[in-house]
Write a protein that binds this ligand. Structure first.
Ligand SMILES: C[S@@+](CC[C@H](N)C(=O)[O-])C[C@H]1O[C@@H](n2cnc3c(N)ncnc32)[C@H](O)[C@@H]1O
Length: 195
């Protein structure tokens, strides 16, 4: 049977296809389903960030680790950390990535993770708006320098950014991604926060 190119890319870095199509076990905490970002989207959103060896990317809600796998497979410079609330998913991501020294996985809520080390943050629809607001408040308090934040969501993340000081929009757009009922437009924004 022919494997999708995303599966092949998972296999090349992780040794197995990463979990997809699961329902969240943490809905009571505002968590969304652990849907992996397609590789072609990561190439556009993260592959164009011009990361350097001094940069540190945080994937907020890393699931089984698709963003971490993209980071390794694309040979991006710097480091990447994934934080994941769901213990089973965090364990899967930690197990395959242990061989890559530039990758770290933390099993925790993003609301409990110190955010000062990160120069770049990626969110693919990880949680409900109240959690997003709390996360942005925390990032504003803890950022040690400028942070580039890339956010993709199908549920309108933009109101959470309204009225905030220190943020500027670098670019925005949409991707049509396959959903349960046909193609589902996902809005993305790339913003810069300067404390
Ligand atoms: C849509 S998936 C994104 C997976 C991965 N970032 C990617 O783009 O391929 C969202 C993930 O965020 C996780 N999540 C939700 N709330 C969280 C929180 N407060 N802290 C850490 N992870 C969280 C969910 O468990 C889920 O695995």
């Amino acid at each position: 049977m022919e494997q999708s190119s995303d599966t092949q890319r998972d296999l090349a870095v992780c040794g197995h296809a990463l979990a997809a199509g699961e329902k969240t076990r943490r809905a009571a905490d505002g968590a969304h389903d652990p849907t992996p970002t397609p590789y072609f989207v990561l190439e556009d959103l993260l592959g164009t960030l011009d990361l350097t060896s001094d940069d540190h990317l945080l994937d907020v809600g890393c699931g089984a680790g698709r963003v971490l796998a993209y980071f390794v497979g694309a040979g991006l410079p710097g480091r990447v950390t994934g934080v994941e609330l769901d213990e089973r998913l965090a364990a899967e991501a930690a197990a395959w990535s242990v061989r890559y020294e530039q990758v770290r996985v933390v099993c925790a809520s993003a609301l409990d993770l110190p955010l000062a080390p990160y120069t770049h943050v990626y969110l693919f629809n990880p949680f409900d708006t109240p959690v997003l607001r709390a996360f942005l408040d925390k990032l504003e308090r803890e950022a040690a320098g400028p942070v580039t934040l890339t956010h993709m969501s199908d549920n309108g993340e933009w109101p959470a950014y309204l009225g905030r000081v220190g943020w500027s929009m670098l670019r925005e757009g949409t991707f049509d991604l396959p959903g349960e009922q046909g193609d589902c437009p996902q809005h993305f924004s790339v913003r810069r926060f300067v404390p």
